[in-house]
Design a protein around this ligand. Structure first.
Ligand code: ARG
Length: 464
């Protein structure tokens, strides 16, 4: 290996370039992948320990390299490391510095490996850590949503379909729907860990190696469960990148849905909630405005995360095996999605601490739009033994009558109802009560207060 003078790339002797070209400027990835320095040094140290254990390098060389790597890590942490973009990426920067520090023996570090396995080893370690971070943020989101739910078990609101008032529900039930979504997100991220736990290190460029390496040893030391099975697949595979980007996108969908709901509920037309001054912004021209910008930010960023997923899907489509430069962009996409999602979850958590529920208004809205019409049909099925379709038709007539008279269903007298359905007794009037309606929905997963209490409890046991 050359001494690498004048910061020439390591392949400088083979490839003869007279003048600089544009690709030298854009082809590198240092700006992006310097973020992998910690993982790179960790994986290199374990690689070198393994080379020594397998008697591929001797004790003195191993120690020198480990010493050099530690020093490089310190230099980077203390911001004393001088990165050089000409050296393409973080791997070559670290290797080059190792040469400066310990001389030609640094060249032993790259025995039995290639940057192709090196980069994905670093990357898998990084994504595993990022996954655990996102899971922690999701835990806070779930926790805060549960707290809001717990305070609103008996808060009655209209449940919507097509954004039209449908049937009364508990607001806590609504919030618990998001607990389900965020819990699935958490599970989705954690499900990715199994693939991330396969260690690529040692597959080298694509074929494996003729050295007597121990991939099970490096797997154990780097906290992987097992080595990957096929060297060609290993350097080509970016499924673990897609999994991460997809998990981020799905989580972002859920964030965008709650953001959108809160925007609607906070609108002057709905006024079901209001946002604390901590989470609104003003207008440059309209002095009275308090805008829900953070929620719009959350909704908007979802598009960026989808873009990252689609970019990666497109990079991989039709790409032959094994390594190609195309793959280098995977890191930018993942880092960006991670940063965006993490920030979004932090903002959402802030929102969840800073919105006020307008219980009175929720109730008033639930009283509009004949929300208990289905309850009336169900009553006729139960008490008059009508087939559901007949009960439905009778209810339509009663709703039409109420609408004509500008009355709520609860304002109808039994005499008026009997004009349409003579068999109904006064007892029927109870079904028009919103609370009665909610508490009759006792089927598993339904909106009755008792069900909601149980739902919350089942999660609170896990989160308290
Ligand atoms: N910076 C490269 C990447 O992220 C490292 C792998 C380079 N391998 C190669 N054969 N050029 O993809």
């Amino acid at each position: 290996m050359s001494k690498n003078k004048n910061n020439q790339p390591i392949w400088g002797n083979r490839i003869n370039k007279g003048s600089k070209n544009i690709f030298e400027k854009v082809g590198g990835s240092l700006k992006i992948d310097k973020r992998l320095y910690h993982e790179d040094i960790l994986a290199s140290s374990v690689h070198v320990e393994m080379l020594f254990k397998q008697k591929i390098i001797d004790f003195k060389i191993k120690n020198k390299i480990i010493w050099g790597l530690k020093r490089i890590k310190n230099e980077i942490i203390k911001k004393k490391f001088s990165f050089d973009e000409k050296l393409e990426d973080i791997h070559m920067n670290i290797e080059k510095r190792l040469f400066d520090l310990i001389g030609d023996e640094a060249g032993y570090i790259h025995t039995a490996r290639s940057r192709n396995d090196q980069v994905i080893t670093d990357f898998k370690i990084w994504i595993k850590k990022a996954t655990n971070q996102i899971v922690k943020n999701l835990d806070s989101t779930i926790n805060l949503t549960l707290k809001n739910a717990n305070k609103n078990i008996e808060t009655i609101m209209p449940g919507f379909t097509h954004l039209k008032n449908a049937q009364p529900v508990s607001f806590a039930h609504y919030l618990m729907a998001y607990v389900e979504m965020f819990s699935r997100d958490k599970k989705r991220f954690l499900n990715n860990i199994d693939n991330l736990n396969e260690n690529p290190l040692g597959v080298a460029a694509l074929t494996g190696t003729s050295y007597n390496i121990d991939r099970f040893y490096t797997s154990k030391k780097l906290n992987f469960k097992r080595p990957t099975k096929n060297s060609i697949d290993t350097v080509s595979d970016r499924d673990f990148v897609l999994d991460f980007l997809f998990s981020c996108s799905t989580c972002a969908i859920h964030i965008s849905r709650i953001a959108e709901e809160l925007i609607i509920w906070n609108s002057d037309a709905f006024r079901l909630i209001s946002l604390n001054d901590k989470i609104v912004t003003g207008s440059s021209i309209m002095p009275q405005k308090k805008n829900p910008d953070p929620l719009e930010y959350l909704r908007g960023k979802t598009g960026i995360l989808f873009g990252n997923l689609f970019a990666m899907l497109t990079i991989l489509k039709g790409l032959p095996l094994s390594y190609f430069k195309d793959l280098q962009d995977d890191k930018e996409l993942v880092f960006n999605s991670f940063d965006q999602l993490k920030t979004s979850l932090i903002i959402l958590n802030d929102v969840l601490k800073n919105f006020i529920v307008n219980k009175k208004r929720m109730y008033q809205l639930a009283e509009k739009g004949y929300l208990t019409a289905t309850d009336l049909s169900d009553y006729m099925v139960r008490e008059l033994k009508y087939p559901f379709r007949k009960a439905y038709k009778q209810t339509v007539k009663i709703v039409n009558y109420a609408e004509k008279k500008h009355k709520k269903l609860s304002e109808l007298r039994i005499e008026e109802i009997n004009l349409i359905e003579p068999k109904l007794k006064k007892d029927v009037l109870k079904v028009f009560d919103l609370k009665y309606s909610i508490n009759s929905k006792t089927s598993y997963g339904g909106t009755s207060f008792e069900n909601i209490k149980k739902m919350i409890k089942s999660y609170k046991n896990k989160y308290d």
